[in-house]
Design a protein around this ligand. Structure first.
Ligand code: COA
Length: 318
């Protein structure tokens, strides 16, 4: 029986930092409101000439260096993003080119908005478990600044840009115990960018019913914990770290309370990054691994909710 385990991580955030005070100059908002309702203090915003695949590249390179593997040994590249450079080729193919990998490994994108990294991790885990691959690169990246309406205070204060990456390798023991994926497309109106290729519109920006998303997220994150632990032999109290999608500190706090955990057991980055969509979990994971909080053998629960709605989780021993 095979499992996959994480052998390296990396993150990238654009250089430019935008504070809440700067947003006060753009829309009718305040630092106090943003911090009290979301926990966000600042976010990173990409340069005009920066691309998603470039952000992926820096995060991936750090993960590859961290794992100490040769890029050519990577047998699969999956990028989770809702903000690709181009309609096609996929960001994964563009990343493969930037990494100089020419071994014919498959590369493709996954689009599940803020749950994208969990979706990509789960897909990759299935390949490794099945014995089809030994080593794979999973990246979550989003350039939300390009799809924000900077005149809409209900959305523009919430999001940021970034990328995070993880290298997975086949192992005889977990590793990833379990991943769970869910979707319910009947909620597609609650959180969307109402423009695309076959349905272009004059509104290419994130539109969200914040309250509805909030309520759904708190409930879904609560319900998925028991479902994730089932049949793993692990209990709630075995979880050392929660590495959640970072949309709103209040959503995270509600999950932590229901889990009977403490906020000290959460890798929290929303204050510094805002909501970076598919990048938020791998960026938080990378932060926890690099500063030594997450140690070898620790049990980590990752969970996310995103547009679709999509939601999912991963239970991992580092
Ligand atoms: N600054 C100041 N006031 C703002 C504001 C802003 N940036 N955005 C909204 N408001 C106002 C609203 O207009 C409303 O005013 P009103 O009462 O006069 O109508 C008031 O603040 C309260 O708005 P409400 O939407 O009820 O606030 P909230 O406590 O639900 O917080 C969100 C709003 C968006 C922070 C919250 O709903 C949320 O985080 N939702 C989930 C978002 C999410 O996770 N999205 C991504 C999922 S992957």
């Amino acid at each position: 029986m095979y499992y996959s385990r994480i052998i390296g991580s990396g993150g990238y955030l654009p250089e430019r930092v935008m504070s809440n005070a700067e947003l006060e100059a753009l829309v009718d908002t305040s630092d106090e409101w943003i911090q009290a309702r979301t926990g966000i203090r600042k976010r990173h915003i990409a340069r005009e000439d920066e691309t998603t695949s470039e952000m992926c590249y820096y995060a991936a390179r750090r993960a590859i260096e961290c794992a100490g593997v040769a890029p050519d040994s990577i047998e699969l590249i999956v990028v989770a993003t809702s903000t690709p450079d181009l309609i096609y080729p996929s960001s994964a193919c563009l990343l493969q080119r930037r990494l100089g990998i020419r071994n014919g490994a498959p590369a493709f994108d996954v689009q599940a908005v803020c749950s994208g990294f969990i979706y990509a991790l789960s897909i990759t885990d299935q390949y490794i478990r099945a014995g089809a691959m030994q080593r794979a690169l999973v990246v979550g990246a989003d350039m939300n600044s390009r799809i924000l309406d900077w005149r809409d205070r209900t959305t523009c204060v919430l999001f940021g840009d970034g990328a995070g990456a993880a290298l997975l390798e086949r192992s005889d023991s977990p590793g990833i115990y379990k991943t769970l994926l869910h979707a319910d497309g009947s909620y597609s109106d609650h959180l969307q960018v109402p423009s695309g290729v076959s349905k272009p519109s004059a509104d290419p920006f994130i539109r969200m019913r914040g309250n509805e998303v909030f309520k759904f997220a708190v409930q879904a994150m609560d319900e998925i914990v028991g479902e994730t632990l089932a049949d793993t032999g692990l209990q709630q109290q075995d979880i050392d770290w929660l590495v959640p999608h970072q949309a709103n500190q209040r959503i995270i706090a509600a999950t932590v309370k229901k889990l009977g955990m403490s906020m000290d057991q959460v890798i929290l980055t929303v204050g510094e990054h805002g909501n970076t969509s598919a990048a938020s979990i791998p960026l938080a994971l990378d932060a926890g691994l690099r500063d030594g909080r997450i140690k070898q053998g620790d049990i980590i629960l990752m969970e996310a909710v995103g547009g679709g709605f999509t939601w999912g989780s991963a239970l991992v021993r580092y």
